[in-house]
Structures are given as C-alpha cells and as structure tokens.
Design a protein around this ligand. Structure first.
Ligand SMILES: [Zn+2]
Length: 455
C-alpha cells in the first residue's frame, strides 16, 4: 500500500507509521477520488448560469469522453512512478538490514539513550530521518516537480518543504508514542504477538482517525465553515434531508497546494466531519456540488469510516500473522547478516517494515476492492438523495478532463491503486441508476427525512 497522513497517496516520509497513515488515508478518508485543474469559478455565478442549472434535465445521460493525450501521458508516467516507489520502499529496508546498519544503529542508540525507551526513540528518529533524506529526491519529484509539470499545482516550494517537514515531525512523534507497543508484545509473547499487536492496533487506528481532523489536518491547511453562506444553508438543508443533524461541514484552503479538487469525510465520534476543498467549490456548479455532498453524506450516514477501520483491522491481523511466519523464516536464514536473531530486537524494525510492505502489497487488492464497494454505495446514496444523475455525470466529466483522469484504467491500476470505481463506471452508473423513475424502492430511503427532495 502507499500513502500518508496527507490526502495524497503519493506524498510521505516515514517508516512504520507511514504504513499506518497511508493505509488509513487510502482506505478511509473516503475521498471522492477525483482531481481537477481549476475551472473559472462558477460560484456566485450570474443568473444566466443559475437558470441553466435550474433547467437541467437530470434524466439525460452523459457521455464518457476519451482521455486526452496529456491525460494518457500522466497516467503512464504515474504507473512508472508507482513501480519505482514500490520497489524503493522494499529496497531501502533491505539495505538497512543486509548491511548490518540497523544493528549498528541499535548499538549506538543503546549507548546514547541508556534507558530502553530513549534508546528506542533515538533509533527510530535516526532511522526515519535517514529514510526521509534518502527518499527526498523521489518525494520532491513526485510531490512537487511532477504536479507542476502537468500544471496541476499552485504550491510554492516553501509550502511543499514545510509540509514535508511537518509530516516528518508527525511520524517521529507518533512513532515514539506507539512503537513500544509492538516491541513490548514481541518480547512478552513471541508466539502470539501478531494477534495481540493487531488487537492493539484497533484503538490506535480509531485514535489516529479521531485526532486527524483536529490535530493533524490543521497543521497543513486552514479549515473554516463554508464561506459562501447561501451555499452553506443549502448544504445544511441537504444534510437534514439525509438524516444528518448538526454535522460539521468545513471548507479547506487547498487552493494553496493544488489545482485538483476533492471532498472527504474524516474523523470519528466528535471529530466526524465533511470537508470540501475550496477548489471543488470553485470548479463545480451547484447541482454538481450537491451530488458530491450527497456522496459524502452517504459516507457519513453509512459510517464508512468505521467500516473502513474494521476492514483495515482484519487485514492488519492477516498481515501481522504473515509477518510473524515470514520473519521467523528470514531470521533463521539471514540473522548473521542482520546482526540480530530475535524479532523483539529493536534492530528488527526494517525487517518489520519490509514485511509489512510486502504483505500490504498482497492485501491491498482486498482493501481497495472493499473501498470501491463503499464508494459505489456512497454514489448510490448521493443519487437517491439528490436525483441529480445528469449533474453528477457532468461534474465527474468536468473533473476527469481537468484532472487529466483516465476513465477506463487498466487491470493492474484497478487492482492495486484504485480506491474508487473508475470514472467511466461511475458516470455509467449515474446514467442508469434511477429506480425512482420506475417507482421501485431506493436502498437508502429509510435514512432520509420524509420530505421529498425539491427538484
Ligand atoms: Zn467517497
């Protein structure tokens, strides 16, 4: 798997905790998975545009356009970059392990730190910072050079770099807070650690998801109530119809970072919220935006964040068991190179990371298939709530074209990288899913307040 505390799956530094963040973000911050260059702002549009929107025939189908040559180039170069990054993330821990560097670093940390906890922190900090520095050129290319080359980013180098340092700081703090847990379990229960550690991960996942919107996200961007008050009132009315009362709905100034557009649901319990990037508010017309909100309200009402964490917890159990079995095998064969022969040795961290990366690569297709299922259901919820089928289609076509999206990606992309159904599949679903026209029951009717939506 691949990604970070941030919303973008391709930007991150860090080791152990990166896996955690990446996985959570990829699967569970429930983005609608579209990105776009900025269109001329349609927000606060003159009445001519508003009247056009009012007269949209929502029963008309929308054609899925062919991707542009630039979009195909973006897709192909993205695939090459994904391969390079995946290999890099496997190769780096192999290097730390087989050179004996990890064992030497553990010795150094023990001498300096004395107490086991400080030794662990020193070891972790040095390893993660080294990993960060070695990965910096690739991260810079992927996170800064490439989006600018495709005209998908507005971000200044200073913002990119300070964000990158903040991410590093977060990984260091969270790693020092939580890393002792698996090592304690490895020491106390060498045979069953994988079971107890995966159980321990469940509250950690919930904790990270809960603090993410209030602690981490505001470190990078400004979150405010929706600035356009007329729009906010319409969003609140839609939320009431969706059976969501008193939901937090925020606007975030992502236009400083990107020209792409997005929306997502994050948080847990008191921090649960719907977040709209300011770019998506600027790019979509009102009905298109209301469908996107209906989709996000689907995630919110159907508890997709919690379902995602539970799915991740099951995958974690399988992955940790796989790590347990594979690590025993590797330790028997290669411990003389590694400089340690117990998984409970702190120096085993690159081995754990390597194996977690391998097993997450194996398990990613399952997690992503589940994620695509949740996204499809959120689409269904959004359509049933708004009946804006045509506007959903035009919105997604607009975003596909602006974001250099490819409507029908290949099988390998779908299996390992697609957290959402393809744009082509989604638009076709918008075109055909209208049970209310045939007086058939809708799946999520029971969630909606009785008043029928205004058309
Ligand atoms: Zn979604």
């Amino acid at each position: 798997m691949a990604s970070s505390k941030r919303m973008q799956p391709d930007r991150q530094s860090g080791l152990f905790m990166r896996y955690l963040f990446f996985t959570i973000i990829c699967l569970f911050f429930s983005r609608i998975g579209i990105a776009a260059e900025q269109l001329p702002a349609l927000q606060g549009t003159p009445s001519s545009v508003t009247s056009q929107i009012e007269s949209v025939d929502e029963t008309l189908p929308v054609a899925v356009p062919e991707p542009s040559a630039k979009a195909l180039a973006h897709y192909r170069s993205g695939t090459v970059l994904w391969c390079i990054r995946t290999i890099w993330e496997l190769w780096l821990p192999i290097l730390f392990l087989f050179t004996g560097f990890s064992a030497r670093l553990r010795e150094f940390a023990r001498k300096i730190g004395r107490h086991w906890f400080w030794a662990m922190c020193i070891y972790f900090v040095v390893l993660v910072v080294l990993n960060y520095l070695l990965s910096l050129p690739l991260a810079y290319f992927q996170g800064f050079i490439r989006p600018h080359a495709y005209n998908l980013s507005n971000q200044t180098l200073a913002k990119w770099f300070t964000d990158s340092l903040k991410e590093l700081g977060l990984v260091l703090v969270l790693g020092c807070l939580f890393l002792w847990i698996p090592y304690l379990l490895l020491k106390k229960s060498p045979r069953r650690w994988w079971l107890y550690a995966s159980l321990a991960m469940v509250p950690i996942y919930f904790f990270v998801v809960m603090i993410q919107p209030v602690v981490m996200a505001p470190m990078f961007n400004q979150f405010t109530p929706v600035k356009d008050k007329a729009l906010e009132a319409k969003i609140m009315a839609l939320a009431e119809r969706a059976g969501i009362h008193g939901a937090g709905i925020y606007e975030v100034n992502k236009s400083v970072d990107t020209k792409t557009a997005n929306a997502y649901v994050s948080g847990f319990l008191g921090t649960k919220r719907i977040v709209l990037w300011d770019t998506i508010i600027a790019q979509l017309n009102e009905r298109e935006l209301m469908f996107v909100l209906g989709h996000e309200m689907g995630h919110y009402a159907l508890n997709h964040v919690v379902k995602g964490i539970l799915c991740l917890s099951v995958l974690t159990l399988v992955a940790f068991y796989g790590v347990h079995v594979a690590a025993s095998f590797l330790l028997r064969r290669f411990s003389r190179y590694f400089g340690f022969d117990q998984l409970s040795d702190l120096a085993s961290l690159p081995l754990l990371v390597l194996l977690i990366n391998v097993f997450s690569l194996v398990l990613t297709p399952i997690g992503f298939a589940y994620s695509r299922h949740l996204e499809h259901e959120a689409d269904r919820f959004g359509l049933e709530l708004t009946h804006y089928n045509h506007s959903a289609g035009t919105g997604f076509v607009k975003l596909q074209q602006q974001s250099l999206g490819v409507p029908w990606p290949g099988l390998v992309y779908t299996i390992w990288r697609a957290t959402h159904p393809s744009n082509g599949e989604r638009v076709e679903f918008f075109n055909e899913y209208k049970p209310w026209l045939k007086h058939e029951p809708s799946r999520y009717e029971a969630y909606f307040t009785p008043e029928q939506p205004k058309k």
